[in-house]
Design a protein around this ligand. Structure first.
Ligand SMILES: Cc1cc2nc3c(=O)[nH]c(=O)nc-3n(C[C@H](O)[C@H](O)[C@H](O)COP(=O)(O)OP(=O)(O)OC[C@H]3O[C@@H](n4cnc5c(N)ncnc54)[C@H](O)[C@@H]3O)c2cc1C
Length: 372
């Protein structure tokens, strides 16, 4: 199979690159092993600021973003400065959600922590009360404890969120704020807004333990947009081997396609960092496993980490080295048709930011270059 560009990795960087290229009428394929960092996404896009291009691109995929200077509530009741975020993440002007908060959880759901949130909010002067939501469709899930996860509850909630509204009305007294786990809008992104409009107080959706429902939804929406634009998404496949002609990458062999290689004029490596196995570590070193690209990592293993658990860990900054156009380097030389995007760059390109900012900006930079 021959494409203009083959992208390895279907996370935020790979999908952003794929959408940009499809919009520019290039033919592309994305090879994706499956789970990406988006499945753990908080809903806030680090280091992006009020980025009009991202807001427009995501809007076209049905993902509504908003930007306001402020604070957002974290899963354990602390506050973090707000950035560009999904629409259902609420921002506050100060580190306070309101006067009185009612924090509600589903019976039997242990990946959400009302007591921690209450403790955090009380320290900011908000009176808190906790309560339990009893929804038959969630009770059924409790028959198998491994199924009481955010995504299982979320599947039920898209159909029965109005029952949650009824329960809230019974439990609500005079609180101006109601806090619920972030398990709404998995397949229907309008549900969080409808629920907020139907409840007699300000509703805040607070983060749960992974998987992240807004993150999974974002991944689905980006993938759907990519496919609607004509992209080929090879889900559950893995790039295994590369065929070069001198410095030029010609083909990628994948696990599922066996002897049928993917050919392209250009390739983008967006396989993530250690978390997604885009980088791997062993006692002898840090490697990029598919192409053996040059990686910025200390050869002294003791320099990989800081003994202070809370410090920024040096290994988090390790990444694939590139030239100024994001061509990946191998043995000190740029490969003419292989680019690196997203968290596989680590902190090697500080001007592109970090987190989601790095994933999106590096994808924009490469695709602008390829479509100029
Ligand atoms: C747990 C976690 C939570 C995070 N939360 C946030 C957040 O809330 N906000 C924020 O701004 N940033 C967050 N980040 C930073 C995050 O790295 C970026 O936001 C961004 O999502 C990274 O996207 P990516 O596409 O570069 O990599 P990834 O999302 O890691 O995607 C890489 C993909 O490539 C696939 N892959 C790897 N090797 C192969 C192969 N050989 N063949 C095919 N596919 C392959 C992986 O399976 C994965 O699907 C988080 C990071 C982690 C690890």
């Amino acid at each position: 199979m021959k494409f203009d560009t083959v992208i390895i990795g279907g996370g935020l960087a790979g999908l952003t690159a794929g959408i940009c290229l499809q919009k520019a009428r290039r033919t592309t394929a994305v090879i994706s092993t499956g789970q990406s960092a988006l499945h753990f996404f908080s809903g806030a896009f680090e280091t992006l600021g009020n980025d009009a291009r991202t807001i427009e691109l995501f809007g076209e995929a049905g993902i509504r973003l908003h930007y306001r200077e402020g604070w957002r509530l974290m899963p354990l009741g602390s506050f973090r400065e707000a950035t560009l975020s999904l629409e259902d993440i609420r921002f506050f002007e100060e580190r306070k959600v309101g006067r009185k908060a009612l924090i509600l959880n589903f019976l039997g759901y242990s990946d959400f922590f009302p007591e921690f949130i209450a403790e955090g909010l009380r320290s900011t002067g908000t009176a808190c009360r906790t309560g339990i939501l009893r929804i038959p469709e969630v009770e059924v899930l409790r028959l198998s404890p491994s199924e009481v996860r955010s995504v299982h509850i979320a599947r039920a909630m898209d159909k029965v969120w109005e029952k949650v509204v009824q329960e809230i009305r019974l439990l609500h007294r005079d609180e101006d704020v109601i806090i619920l786990p972030q398990v709404f809008g998995l397949s229907d992104p309008t549900v969080p807004g409808q629920l907020q409009g139907a409840v007699p107080a300000k509703v805040i959706f607070a983060g749960t333990l992974p998987p992240s429902v807004p993150g999974i939804r974002t991944q689905w929406q980006l993938r759907r947009r990519y496919e609607v634009l004509g992209g080929t998404f090879l889900l559950g496949d893995e790039a295994r081997e590369a065929v070069f002609d001198g410095p030029v990458l010609k083909q990628i062999l994948t696990r599922n396609l066996g002897a049928h290689p993917l050919e392209a004029d250009h390739f983008i490596l967006a396989s993530g960092s250690f978390f997604s196995k885009g980088l791997s570590s062993s006692p002898t070193g840090i490697r990029e496993p598919l192409f053996g690209l040059d990686v910025s990592a200390s050869s002294d293993r003791n320099a990989w980490y800081d003994a202070d658990f809370h410090a920024d860990q040096p290994y988090m900054g390790f990444g694939v080295l590139t030239d100024s156009r994001l061509h990946a380097l191998k043995d000190g030389r740029p490969l003419p048709n292989l680019f690196a995007a997203g968290s596989i760059l680590g902190a090697t390109r500080p001007e592109l930011g970090s987190g989601a900012g790095l994933a999106i900006r590096s994808a924009f930079a490469i695709t602008d270059f390829l479509t100029a």
